[in-house]
Design a protein around this ligand. Structure first.
Ligand code: SF4
Length: 278
């Protein structure tokens, strides 16, 4: 079997930076280090961090002092204020792409614009971005959601970094008809765009596609959707090597592989080795 790995698969620079920050803080610190939410959406990587005394907490109310790392998804302004009040040593590993969106939202909210975020309302990145508009943004991820947005004078549109470009274009076109003055920012990060494009291209060339990444990882799910458009019956999403559908894959000559931004290299390597053994 021939295995082709897509370009740009695996850790993006934002996730890599957050993980490295966590490990280096953990090394220099005798006490437990906390991360506000799991530092990446990957169970196996989070377990590895826990073995280095780096633990995820859900809320700042769970600690009164110590060091807390803000993960790449970023947080709302309230979290910075709360950490300040409590004297928590906050280490900010928010990805610069996410920081940029937070700054846009802060600036345009101040200028009197209504903020519209194209994204998943339950995703921590979107919850954090919304926090920079006093939780007053409209959050849309479907055409139905856009229908519910009222007409307004001023609208500022931003998009979650891991959304697909096609969804952004489709929903923006509809949103533009809902305000007199619209400013829009395509804030999908380049790492995501490159990874999605490479996955799409590769899925056209192979018999089957394997997507490696956490089941809760938004950008991994997007990769699955993109590949399924090309390979509806032969796209497989797995988290770890032993989940490979070996009996099905044996039938194919060429298998493509890509991985989400939060999939560690050691997990990708295990999957590649398993496939090469077929
Ligand atoms: S996917 Fe993009 S925005 Fe998200 S952490 Fe990676 S580089 Fe940053």
């Amino acid at each position: 079997m021939k295995v082709i790995v897509a370009d740009h698969s695996g850790f993006c620079f934002g996730v890599e930076k957050a993980i490295n920050t966590a490990f280096s803080e953990g090394k220099d610190n005798e006490n437990t280090i906390y991360t506000l939410g799991p530092i990446i959406h990957n169970k196996q990587a989070v377990n590895r961090l826990e073995n280095h005394d780096i633990k995820a907490i859900d809320n700042l109310s769970e600690v009164n002092a110590g060091t807390v790392i803000i993960r790449s998804h970023g947080v709302s302004k309230k979290a910075y204020d709360e950490a300040n009040e409590k004297n928590i040593n906050l280490i900010d590993a928010t990805c610069p792409f996410v920081k940029k969106i937070q700054n846009i939202v802060k600036e345009y909210k101040k200028k009197g614009y209504n903020i519209v975020i194209i994204g998943n309302p339950d995703h921590p990145e979107v919850i954090g971005i919304n926090g920079w508009s006093n939780d007053e943004s409209y959050i849309v991820k479907t055409k139905d959601d856009v229908e519910k947005v009222p007409f307004m004078d001023k609208m500022c549109i931003v998009v979650q970094t891991t959304m697909s470009v096609s969804l952004y274009l489709e929903l923006t076109e509809m949103l533009e008809k809902k305000a007199k003055d619209v400013v829009k920012f395509n804030t999908i990060c380049s790492a995501t765009k490159d990874r999605q494009q490479a996955a799409k291209n590769l899925s056209k060339e192979v018999d089957a596609m394997i997507i490696v990444g956490g089941y809760h990882s938004s950008n991994t799910q997007k990769l699955v959707e993109i590949c399924k458009k090309e390979k509806p019956n032969t796209t497989f999403h797995i988290e770890v090597a032993h989940e490979l559908p070996i009996n099905i894959l044996k039938r194919y000559e060429t298998v493509g592989l890509t991985a989400g931004a939060s999939t560690p290299k050691w997990i990708i390597d295990e999957v590649i080795n398993e496939l090469k053994n077929l």
